[in-house]
Design a protein around this ligand. Sequence first.
Ligand SMILES: [Zn+2]
Length: 204
Amino acid sequence: MLTFCKKTFLLIVFVFIACKNSDKAKKTVLSDVINNKVLQAVGVKKIKPPERFYHPDLIGFANNFISDAARYGVIITDQSKELLRVINFSDKLDTTETGVLASCNRYRGENQAFGGVIEVRWNTIQVLKDATKRYTGESHILLRELLYHELYHCLLNKGHLPEDVPGIMNPFFQRGDQRAFKDWDGLIADMFSKKLRDMTPDAP
Ligand SMILES: [Zn+2]
């Protein structure tokens, strides 16, 4: 028969394990998506890209990303810049996936024309407003890291690094990765390096 002390010890161990498990269940893995959408023209209405809009709080990240890329010999083509129509905060993402902070959306559609069909394409970056605010804690550095991640998807047409390779293009956002705070220049030098670019597959 178990003594009182032994029973109490077992109870404490059980409570500890139960707490650990529920903490694990509650911990959401944060990531993002590349969202490919094929649009169908409805009736005679033509598919049309949205007006160009870069949110004033986010446009600086895009300009810096392009000049940083050039500094490391990575050219963002005019076509890529032209395709990226919108960078904006949003209350709801154009995707149903959960645990997602932001998305690079790629829209494709076809309009009927006299000579056949004309393909229409554009990209947008959506940043989920409240969830991102909670994640960044309004840290400019974490928001910059998140935007650089999305810009890399949308302007360079690239996917994610393998899960076990650290870097801005890792598929998971972890506040524990403090390199953005301590070594931003090193972090982006790595991101634009040939080695990491080669490790990052083209976007699906
Ligand atoms: Zn991503």
